[in-house]
Write a protein that binds this ligand. Structure first.
Ligand code: C2E
Ligand code: MG
Ligand code: MG
Ligand code: MG
Length: 273
């Protein structure tokens, strides 16, 4: 497993856990424990309408506060949760918690990330329908973010799942767009509502002619297909202004706000967490 994931983070994690004396504590046990012992929480990053500069939604992001290791970043543990299958119960917890908190966030849109394995789980649509009913969240408020690789894994199944989610009223966005293997022509095959321009293009946009051209092409193509476009990882005013001029609909990034704890979204920046 260490070889597969290669990253120093995991090696570090394993090492630390071993040093703490719990030899048999694997990542899987640690993740299971995290779920049972409420070590997970959600943070919410505002999504801004570029024309009005108003907050129109939030992206839900998962955080793991480990009692000894501190904050473990999702890029480290999500792939392991995916690998062990624990992403299924963890993902269900994220979805239920986000929908439960949505009412107090008072936003038009709450986005939740789904990994490939979650997206292809057999009963995803009934799970989503059940959680919406249980929490009273309007389906139109929920947006599910999936990546191109989740779609490419099984395109026929993906189209069916997305159509069924669409019938519920749930919206779908394509995350990290441009980093996967899909071509723009796939966009019209899938019932997608929004594409999210990956932050690598946003950060390259003003210095690299290639990134700049790709951003323009993504915006033009999306609009001609009737899709909304949101740019991720917007960190500077220059990027924001340039995206607005290019006709990008929405943006999110550190320029506007880091992902915030629930209490701060609801009670304002001075709220204690
Ligand atoms: P993502 O869905 O593409 O989320 C965007 C990531 O960019 C987040 O990292 C966010 O904190 C970060 N970000 C936001 N604004 C900026 C900015 O201006 N500059 C830079 N450099 N980064 C920015 P985070 O929270 O560490 O999440 C990383 C990835 O982990 C996510 O990428 C997503 O793929 C995955 N993830 C997070 N939460 C969940 C979850 O609940 N379920 C699943 N399946 N995956 C999740
Ligand atoms: Mg996302
Ligand atoms: Mg992304
Ligand atoms: Mg990502």
């Amino acid at each position: 497993v260490i070889k597969e994931y290669g990253g120093n983070d995991y090696r570090h994690f394993k090492h630390e856990v071993d040093d703490s004396g719990a030899d048999s504590l694997t990542m899987e046990t640690a993740l299971r424990q995290a779920l049972n012992e409420e070590q997970f929480h959600l943070v919410f990053q505002p999504q801004i309408d570029l024309a009005s500069e108003r907050v129109v939604g939030f992206e839900t992001l998962l955080r793991w506060q480990h009692p000894e290791l501190g904050m473990v970043p999702p890029d480290t543990f999500i792939p392991l949760a995916e690998d062990t299958g624990l992403i299924i119960p963890i993902g269900e917890w994220v979805l239920r918690t986000a929908c439960h908190l949505a009412r107090d966030l008072k936003a038009q849109s709450i986005a939740v990330n789904l990994s490939a394995r979650q997206f292809h789980q057999r009963d995803l649509v009934s799970l989503v329908a059940g959680i919406l009913e249980e929490t009273g969240m309007p389906a139109q408020t929920l947006e599910l973010e999936i990546t191109e690789s989740a779609l490419m894994f099984d395109m026929e199944a993906a189209v069916i799942t997305m159509s069924r989610l669409g019938k519920l009223g749930v919206r779908i966005s394509l995350d990290d767009f441009g980093t996967g293997y899909s071509s723009l022509s796939y966009l019209q095959r899938f019932p997608i509502d929004t594409i999210k321009i990956d932050k690598s293009f946003v950060s390259g946009m003003q210095t690299d002619a290639g990134s700049s051209a790709i951003v323009n092409a993504m915006i033009a193509m999306s609009h001609s297909l009737g899709l909304q476009v949101i740019a991720e990882g917007v960190e500077t005013e220059a990027q924001r202004d340039s995206l607005r001029e290019r006709g990008c609909d929405q943006a999110q990034g550190y320029l506007f706000s880091r992902p915030l704890p629930f209490e701060q979204v609801v009670n304002g920046p001075d709220a204690r967490t």
